[in-house]
Design a protein around this ligand. Structure first.
Ligand SMILES: [Mg+2]
Length: 397
């Protein structure tokens, strides 16, 4: 069955909120961000984008490009308040809402079609509701998967709507510049363009040999993306069939070594809970909140399902490294690891083949902890970590 996925993205969110609260800013170039020398642009409205200013740009550079810009310090609590209102609207249309940041979410409305009518109508009503309740505009993309919905929401910004369906798929995505494809960073871009690939269509139709040379074992995935194929599910935040642990750091962390140490602890706790509940996990989810509150989730399937800490950790590490490659310079405010697609473990699973050594080690660790408390064993490779406000969550119904 074809899915109906919406990607809703508020237009220049922080900057639009500032203009909403101070109408005198309308039509003027507005930058929201740290106003000290080291600050970066958290949001830029459309007037200032004309000067080449964009988010994550150092403030000094932004002001060189547009000296007349009005700079405003972020008011996160106000943005959060409006974000909550916007997400409440999303939940009126479907429970399957996956927030990516304060101002952006995927909605799977497939199951709502019978009750609420065609997805296109829902998209337009969501835009209307957001404007009525908050005074802000959003752009919405509609398609059969997350990849295409996200591309679509960006095509007619601001206040846009775009649908990508089977009828216009090739016409819309084949001409898109290849740098817009998720997974093509600045370094890859140079090599990809040198190989004569400039658009999604070029990559879709490139020879196997070229694709292999450019992307190695990621080649099949990249070609599938260029063709608009994407099977990832929309994961509702209140996924009741998951076990997760997350940590908000006392101070944002930039060091990858430190992040990996925290990740190891989080996976360790998560794995122990999965085993205690006699479950096996089929999906690992990594959650990262950047210093600017933008929140990212990355997921990977584990085949076969596992409750083995070492396996979950290696998947989670890969996801963290993938995220870091995309955002090399950002500090992290919150890190979380979750597992889902949980199924009861069978005796066969517990001591199967390759994982027997890991299983014995995990069992030994769990047993010692039960007798002497959670802190007596620290896994190899763990570094001392700074005090953190740690919150563990067990969400299985
Ligand atoms: Mg946005």
């Amino acid at each position: 069955m074809t899915r109906a996925i919406l990607h809703v993205d508020m237009d220049a969110f922080y900057a639009s909120v500032e203009t909403l609260d101070d109408p005198g800013l309308a039509g003027k170039p507005v930058i929201v961000g740290g106003t000290t020398g080291r600050g970066v642009v958290a949001a830029a409205n459309y007037e200032v984008r004309k000067f080449g200013v964009h988010s994550a740009m150092p403030m000094g550079e932004a002001l060189r490009r547009c000296p007349q810009a009005i700079c405003i310090r972020p008011r996160m609590s106000r943005y959060q308040e409006l974000s909550r209102q916007v997400f409440e609207i999303f939940h009126e249309y479907t429970p399957v809402v996956e927030g990516l940041s304060l101002d952006e979410a995927f909605l799977d409305v497939t199951a709502s079609l019978r009750l609420l009518g065609p997805a296109e109508g829902m998209a337009l009503r969501i835009k209307r509701d957001i404007r009525r309740h908050t005074g802000l505009t959003a752009s919405v993309g509609l398609s059969q998967n997350k990849l295409l919905a996200k591309i679509a929401s960006d095509l007619n910004k601001p206040d846009g709507f775009c649908r990508i369906g089977a009828d216009n798929l090739r016409a819309v995505i084949d001409p898109l510049p290849i740098q817009r494809l998720f997974g093509v960073g600045p370094k890859t871009l140079v090599r990809v363009q040198a190989a004569g690939i400039r658009s999604f269509g070029d990559l879709r139709q490139a020879s196997d040999e070229t694709v292999w040379r450019l992307f190695g074992k990621e080649g099949a995935t990249m070609r599938a993306r260029a063709a608009g194929i994407d099977d990832r599910p929309v994961i509702a935040e209140r996924d009741e069939k998951s076990i997760s642990a997350e940590e908000t750091f006392a101070q944002d962390i930039r060091s990858q070594t430190q992040l990996l140490a925290h990740l190891t602890q989080l996976v360790d706790r998560t794995g122990a809970r999965v085993r205690a509940a006699h479950l096996m996990a089929g999906v690992v989810t990594l959650k990262i909140r950047r210093s600017d509150f933008a929140t990212f989730t990355r997921q990977q399937t584990i085949e076969p399902a596992t409750h083995d800490t070492a396996t979950i950790l290696s998947v989670a590490k890969g996801l963290l490294q993938g995220w870091r490659a995309e955002y090399p310079d950002w500090s992290v405010r919150l890190l979380g690891v979750g597992v889902s697609h949980l199924n009861p473990a069978t005796q066969g699973d517990l001591f199967a083949g390759e994982t027997i050594k890991n299983a014995r080690q995990d069992a030994a660790v769990d047993q010692i902890r039960q007798r002497f408390g959670a802190k007596v064993i620290v896994r190899g490779g763990l570094l001392p970590t700074p005090a953190a406000d740690t919150k563990a969550r067990r969400g299985r119904a």
